[in-house]
Design a binder for this molecule. Structure first.
Ligand SMILES: C[S@@+](CC[C@H](N)C(=O)[O-])C[C@H]1O[C@@H](n2cnc3c(N)ncnc32)[C@H](O)[C@@H]1O
Length: 287
């Protein structure tokens, strides 16, 4: 077996998200609706209010960055960081178009964060931490960036059985690629932080106090399974990397197989993919 190289993994992650930036940005309305309530819960957990300085780690094209900017108002400041320059370019443009000049962007690996120590009142990360091969290191960086008494809140996917669509996508892609099943909790994977209790332990190891965890049910509601697959195809999902090894006809056969399985979630009023997230919160100790 080839040993896992975190640096090679991150290079591949950066490249994949650079390539998918435009597609992910085009899916913003669907992602916004899907995660609107969970995002509000995350901002509440991080105690984000008017005038604060907020760190938004792995911010992508900035959907939640704009929510933060609106909540803190023009007297606050939000720094959106991400590994992918292309994703952040969209975040910057989206903020500019929304007239939110309190948004700043900075390319930075979450595990080696380029920010001033103890300079933020709050920090968040929405669906980004699970891509870090060393999530404890990323949380340490977050902790270091917070002022003493500052709060952090993170959203990740919970365990595989609560996120069956991800399991269907992954197992189907592996089977069509002729590969054996994978450990869903392997580092850097979509479900890598979904094991019950794991992320709370990571928060503790990173030095956070008063750690809390909540499950947030966040079904993805779309007109059809085809729309969900359009979303998957527009994101830098590991599914694309697996199917990328196949010829176009074999890729289409895999997508059709996934669609057939995902149709099981079709309801009379539309398609509803079950998804559960974990919202974990911690505070930088005072003194
Ligand atoms: C699923 S997107 C989420 C983006 C945004 N937070 C949202 O919820 O719309 C994951 C993001 O994590 C970023 N990412 C992955 N690994 C990272 C790392 N090591 N450091 C910083 N960002 C990373 C990717 O570039 C991508 O923008």
């Amino acid at each position: 077996m080839i040993p896992f190289s975190p640096e090679e993994f991150k290079d591949a992650t950066r490249q994949a998200w650079n390539q998918s930036a435009s597609g992910w940005n085009s899916q913003t309305p669907a992602v916004h609706d899907w995660l609107m309530a969970a995002t509000a819960d995350m901002l509440d957990a991080a105690r984000i209010t008017t005038g604060m300085r907020v760190l938004d780690m792995a911010a992508g094209t900035g959907d939640q960055t704009l929510d933060i900017a609106r909540r803190i108002g023009s007297g606050g400041h939000v720094l959106a960081t991400d590994l992918s320059e292309a994703m952040l370019r969209f975040a910057r443009d989206n903020a500019r178009q929304a007239g939110l000049s309190q948004v700043e962007t900075r390319v930075s690996d979450a595990e080696d964060l380029d920010v001033e120590a103890a300079s933020f009142d709050a920090a968040v990360c929405r669906l980004g931490l699970m891509f870090c091969p060393d999530p404890v290191q990323a949380l340490r960086q977050m902790q270091h960036a917070l002022k003493p008494g500052g709060h952090a809140a993170v959203l990740v996917f919970s365990e595989p059985q609560r996120n069956p669509c991800i399991g269907i996508l992954m197992s189907t892609a592996l089977r069509h690629a002729g590969l054996p099943p994978r450990d869903p909790f392997q580092p850097g994977g979509l479900l890598s932080l979904g094991k019950p209790g794991l992320l709370e332990t990571c928060f503790g190891q990173a030095g956070f106090a008063k750690v809390t965890a909540t499950r947030v049910y966040a079904p993805f509601q779309l007109p059809s399974a085809r729309n969900y697959l359009d979303f998957v195809r527009a994101s830098a999902s590991p599914i694309l990397q697996l199917l990328g090894q196949l010829d176009p006809q074999a890729q289409e056969a895999a997508w059709a197989d996934m669609e057939e399985q995902l149709d099981v979630f079709q309801l009379p009023e539309g398609w509803e993919g079950p998804n559960e997230l974990l919202l974990v919160h911690g505070m930088r100790p005072v003194g």
